[in-house]
Design a protein around this ligand. Structure first.
Ligand SMILES: [Zn+2]
Length: 444
């Protein structure tokens, strides 16, 4: 990509973070300061109604900042990544036309990821199967447990076979498909692809991570659920239940608004409305909220930030992450001020304020993650001398980590011990046999 095109990337600001970390507030403050608008990136807050259970920012808290993609969808409609991308892009384009920097805020990290990076949700190794070369051996792809496919792949592309577990039917088949359809060895294609590190960044991106330490965040989340009770959580859950009863359907709790934390947790209470059940459901909701926050944090640290940091190597001035620490709410104003300063410097191409200690720590952690991710991509295969897998073949571990785990496992240690015992027994038998032979020789 030429320098000219790098300059052409349009600006976007992201505020990510776990639930309860203060990201909505930060987004409002930034939007006010820089005269722009907010786009919601939370898959539950797109639904109309259910404001408490989905943790929407209140009208007052919005402080007259326009919030897009919030409360516009009916409960019976589904929303997905492509829907979000299309809708968000339309609004982003509109804001760019007005010279504004769009601010996206939300906890649905895969929405943000797919908006920022080209094919970030696809596997980088799979080349497109465009030119179809018909191959006479293609029938082998019907082989169900790779008994034929694996030796075939070993023959045509030993390097690729070395990467897969001999029972990993899906990956072996995919490698052979690539071989049959392109006429090239998949390992060669892969080498070509990984030697060209291409930027996947779609916007000049500033990403804020609103983060609070777990020992403060977790109790804060409990308090938040209690606060939701006072704000009418139970009324909302009741009305969700009424919607179901009136329309006579069974909701799929893994789709749409029915996945929101709180609804499924209170299901037992509809069967038994005792005080104990209520308390148990409330506790369950608090646990789910905390689990979700941990999951969000992991996603940010293991996926979103690594993508950010590896893009930074390719285009240092086009992407930046910054941590807004919300552990101590007394220092909230300082955090907002610093974030505004970072925003202004980054988008005006001025010298950035120095990284905080926390940001340096995060950067080190992310770099380590990137190293292990790289290592996994080029992982070695280990075959255990003593253990067998379920199908009776020698046990195979892919990658150093999996191999170490196997060596430490109870199963492996027991097998080794059993083998040793068997060997000792065998030795004793041999020794006894030998002794008997000697004795027989002596008597003879
Ligand atoms: Zn073993």
């Amino acid at each position: 990509m030429s320098y000219y095109l790098i300059l052409m990337l349009k600006p976007i600001c992201i505020v990510c973070g776990t639930t309860g970390a203060g990201k909505s507030d930060l987004a409002v403050q930034l939007a006010k300061k820089f005269g722009t608008e907010v786009i919601n990136a939370d898959s539950m807050q797109v639904y109309r109604g259910f404001d408490t259970i989905t943790n929407k920012i209140s009208h007052e808290e919005q402080e007259n900042v326009t919030h897009h993609l919030m409360s516009f969808l009916n409960y019976d409609q589904e929303y997905s990544v492509p829907n979000f991308e299309k809708d968000a892009r339309r609004i982003i384009d509109g804001l760019h036309a007005q010279g504004k920097v769009p601010i996206l805020v939300g906890g649905t990290n895969y929405y943000l990821q797919s908006l920022l990076f080209e094919d970030s949700t696809l596997s980088s190794i799979d080349p497109p199967l465009s030119h179809k070369v018909k191959h006479p051996d293609e029938g082998i792809l019907n082989d169900e447990n790779a008994d034929l496919m694996f030796p075939y792949l070993q023959k045509v592309d030993p390097l690729m076979a070395e990467r897969w577990h001999p029972r990993d039917v899906r990956k072996i088949r995919r490698s052979l498909e690539i071989y049959f359809h392109t006429g090239k060895r998949p390992s060669d294609i892969y080498k070509e692809q990984s030697s060209i590190k291409k930027s996947k960044l779609k916007y000049k991106t500033l990403l804020f991570w609103a983060n609070a330490e777990n020992d403060v965040l977790m109790p804060r989340l409990d308090t938040r659920v209690d606060k939701m009770l006072h704000q009418g959580l139970m009324n909302e859950i009741q009305s969700m239940k009424s919607v179901i009863n009136e329309n006579g359907f069974t909701p799929d709790l893994t789709r749409g608004i029915w996945q929101c934390i709180g609804f499924k947790e209170f299901e037992p209470w509809f069967q038994n409305s005792s005080q104990e059940t209520f308390q148990a459901c409330l506790d369950k909701m608090k646990i789910s909220t905390k689990q979700y926050a941990k999951y969000q944090k992991k996603w940010i640290l293991n996926r979103l930030l690594p993508l950010c940091v590896s893009e930074q190597k390719l285009r240092p001035s086009s992407i930046l992450f910054s941590v807004a620490n919300t552990t101590n709410l007394q220092k909230w104003h300082e955090q907002v001020e610093r974030s505004c300063n970072v925003f202004s410097c980054f988008f005006n191409n001025q010298k950035l304020p120095p990284m905080t200690e926390e940001e340096q720590g995060v950067l080190e952690k992310v770099k380590k993650t990137l190293l292990t991710q790289d290592k996994d991509t080029f992982s070695t295969k280990f075959t255990c001398d003593v253990c067998l897998d379920k199908t009776g073949h020698p046990f195979v571990a892919i990658g150093e980590d999996a191999w170490q785990t196997h060596l430490q496992s109870r199963k492996h240690k027991m097998t080794v011990r059993r083998m040793k015992e068997r060997a000792t027994r065998q030795e004793r038998i041999e020794a006894a046999k030998k002794a008997a032979m000697e004795r027989r020789k002596e008597t003879a």
